[in-house]
Design a protein around this ligand. Sequence first.
Ligand SMILES: Cc1cc2nc3c(=O)[nH]c(=O)nc-3n(C[C@H](O)[C@H](O)[C@H](O)COP(=O)(O)OP(=O)(O)OC[C@H]3O[C@@H](n4cnc5c(N)ncnc54)[C@H](O)[C@@H]3O)c2cc1C
Length: 393
Amino acid sequence: MKAIVVGAGIAGLVVARQLGLAGWDVVVLEKSDGPRPDGYMMDFFGPGVEAAEAIGLYPRLAAAAYRVEAAEYADVDGHPTARLDYAKFSRLAGGKVLTLMRPDMEHAALAALDDVPPGRVRVRYGTRVSRTWTNDDGGHVWVSGPENTVLDGDVLIGADGIHSEVRAGVFGPESAYLRPLGMRAAAFVVTDAGLNERFRNRFVLTDSIGRTAGIYGLRADEVAAFLVYRDGPLPDAGIRTTQERLSREFSDLGTHMDRLLELCPEHPYDDVVAQIVMPSWHKGQAVLVGDACGAVSLLAGQGGSLAVAGATLLGQVLGPVDSPQGIAPALEAFEQRWRPVVATAQASGRRAASTFLPANRTQRFVRRAVIRATRVPGIDRLVARQVLRTVAK
Ligand SMILES: Cc1cc2nc3c(=O)[nH]c(=O)nc-3n(C[C@H](O)[C@H](O)[C@H](O)COP(=O)(O)OP(=O)(O)OC[C@H]3O[C@@H](n4cnc5c(N)ncnc54)[C@H](O)[C@@H]3O)c2cc1C
């Protein structure tokens, strides 16, 4: 059996490995020229942990994880407004929370392809899929560029993220499925010894109104940041780059923030914060997995975790299939089992959206009060999200 996987993100790499281990021939097509270096810090917990343990990926992920000693909201002068002993929280969560950079997560999944017999899984970087379709004799993709060729497989797996082209080709335009949550998120990594010293092993969130920046100190003088702000028209017609826009949106948040924005690349990752909601995830010989069919948004804090768990499940149900006739029932079984989990996470993300960016001082006051009131000694993103969701209900 042969699978075409579009996208070498965490979902695509995991499902490719699992199918390769089950004896399938798999080709993974990825438009980037190599593993994507850009990224942000992610918390990895929940269903993905269980799946990663089951398929033997967890030790590789754990090896790439960062130690987070403290998590806090801070005011413009850098003074904490709420604090957490992160290690303690991790223990409360059963010790199964990893904090790691998105590229490190993908590297771990890529390295895990070594477990598959040679030649079974081929990852072709620099290969952009521009047309996809499916009919009774399988899934097909059109690889444009110098190749200009059609590739065929028994199944076509769209693991190509929130702006999936497989989805557009097989299920219809993005506008039918993308639900914006009224925000944008940018993310980038800078190198600066001073900032690193301030944020090393700490996760700091700005305790600001209408915008929130999360900052971590990494290894080797690097600092990772994600910036979430309200979506809307550009604040100034003269703005040319994302860096300029972020500098405008995140002005007056203190000297560390100013320095971070000074070092921000001109065009960092910057995208709408949204979910993907679809009535069906499979059609004919094609299926979607990860953000492509069920993006939950960073507000749910579980997209990567669900990508790993969903891809593992898809590999599990498709793996034993040995004829084209067996594919449709397997895809149906995957969707039946996985849809309720994604729907629950999406509902959490939507609830968090209403409180993630307080609109005024009163809302910020409520957030602070709620955080201080938690019996867990301090806050962390997980606790904060849970608490804020409860408040928003
Ligand atoms: C700022 C931020 C913070 C986040 N924090 C967390 C967190 O704390 N915890 C968590 O679990 N999740 C978090 N997430 C969500 C998580 O990153 C995503 O849900 C997860 O990466 C989705 O994985 P994926 O493999 O489905 O898609 P992606 O990672 O988007 O991978 C899709 C791949 O497909 C490729 N591709 C796209 N189109 C084509 C094409 N036409 N041809 C070939 N290749 C193509 C892309 O280049 C990419 O490599 C966060 C997201 C953001 C933006």
